[in-house]
Write a protein that binds this ligand. Structure first.
Ligand SMILES: Cc1ncc(COP(=O)(O)O)c(C=O)c1O
Length: 385
């Protein structure tokens, strides 16, 4: 997001969301109400899980799930280094140790072939991320978790609407968590949703988000009775109202993004310097961002130069994602033996996120593509080609 002429991302809001927010304003019920319930019901029905528990962010949802799954000090959690930092932060907040597994270069998700080697007697869970909205390999991670008696937690914050071999993102792990930050497919400002078929995880998460109160019915009867150490991770009715409107429009929202992704792929496919995202035929990508990368001959500095160039032309761009294990505060936790993740590191140094949102026009897309072509031409000139 930003003030550029063509920003990196933008929510897709309609008069429907506005009217639902107005309804809440008129009802004057601002928390724990019918909008939250409808938002939960709609997401559960869409993903096909028995339960959905709305929370105030994807991060708090992931943290609740780890707590509900009993992850704590002394445990190890296998995860990806190529993600938004929150997927690792929640492991640390739970008191456990993240164990990074390098990624597979097509899906950009953890390499399924490397996971079992990372399992130790301390491993408690696999926290899998559907990077950029791609649910590939989720079935394989679930099978590895089952075989080894581990809990699989699905960080599907970026993947609402995606599917792998006909199964929806969010339905593979013991629980999945979606995020609704304004750049997401469904945006509520701030917000998240835990989805699960597990009655116990659902009920624990409901309690944890609501200051450790008992079930919703008990909480209503005894507002100041608390059964466990909890948090305030509740979503407001105003945010839930936006979520209800967005979920009523979910197919439209997902398809508009897919259209933009297809247009980018068509228009960028002639540029030899770029590696475009590819989607396995058994996987349905729910496009979260559009992130091509430069070829291996490009340096990080050249990539950074292109991002700066696009921004100078009022076009949003970013380096999605810097590797988590290379962030100084994470690296320092590993002392003299920091993890080495060659594929994630190489890819991360060459990624170039382009403006991406459902409301992009063909003119916007053409402007981005043409500007990128001009900048790449200059880059090649600078490199003496
Ligand atoms: C992979 C991933 N995990 C977790 C999060 C955290 O979600 P939130 O920002 O709603 O806390 C995000 C959101 O950006 C994400 O992309």
């Amino acid at each position: 997001m930003g003030s550029q002429e063509i920003p990196l991302s933008k929510p897709d809001l309609s008069p429907l969301e506005t009217s639902l927010v107005m309804e809440v304003m008129q009802n004057e019920r601002l928390a724990i109400g019918p909008m939250t319930e409808e938002f939960e019901e709609r997401v559960a029905a869409y993903v096909g899980t028995r339960h959905a528990v709305a929370v105030n962010s994807g991060t708090s949802g992931l943290f609740c799930v780890l707590k509900a799954a009993g992850v704590g000090p002394g445990d190890e959690v296998i995860t990806t280094p190529f993600s938004f930092v929150a997927s690792t932060n929640v492991i640390l907040h739970a008191g456990a140790k993240p164990v990074f597994v390098d990624i597979e270069p097509v899906s950009l998700n953890m390499d399924p072939g490397l996971i079992e080697r990372a399992i130790t007697p301390r491993t408690k869970a696999i926290l899998a991320v559907e990077t950029f909205g791609n649910p590939m390999h989720m079935d394989l991670y679930a099978e590895i978790a089952r075989r080894n008696g581990l809990v699989m937690v699905e960080d599907c914050c970026e993947a609402l609407g995606g599917a792998c071999k006909g199964r929806k993102a969010g339905s593979f792990g013991a629980a999945g968590v979606f995020g609704f930050y304004p750049n997401k497919q469904v945006a509520t400002g701030e917000g998240g949703m835990i989805v699960t078929d597990d009655d116990e995880i659902a009920s624990l998460c409901r309690s944890l988000r609501n200051q450790g109160r008992g079930s919703d019915a008990v909480a209503k009867a005894g507002w100041l009775r608390h059964e466990r150490l909890g948090y305030n991770f509740r979503i407001s009715e105003l945010q839930a109202a936006v979520g209800v409107g967005q979920m009523r429009r979910i197919d439209e929202l997902i398809e508009k993004r897919a259209f933009v992704a297809r247009a980018y792929i068509e228009k960028l496919s002639g540029i030899p310097d770029l590696v475009l995202p590819t989607v396995d035929p058994q996987t349905t990508m729910s496009w979260f961002v559009f992130v091509p990368r430069l070829g291996v001959e490009f340096s990080r500095e050249e990539r950074d130069g292109l991002i700066a160039g696009l921004r100078n032309h009022d076009i949003g761009s970013s380096d999605y994602f810097p590797c988590i294990h290379e962030m100084p505060f994470i690296r320092s936790m590993f002392g003299s033996s920091p993890p080495s993740m060659p594929i994630a590191e190489s890819i991360s140094s060459r990624t170039l996120a382009l403006p991406f949102y459902g409301g992009m026009t063909m003119r916007d897309i053409d402007l981005v593509v043409q500007t990128l072509e001009v900048l790449l031409g200059r880059q090649a000139f600078g490199r003496g080609q």
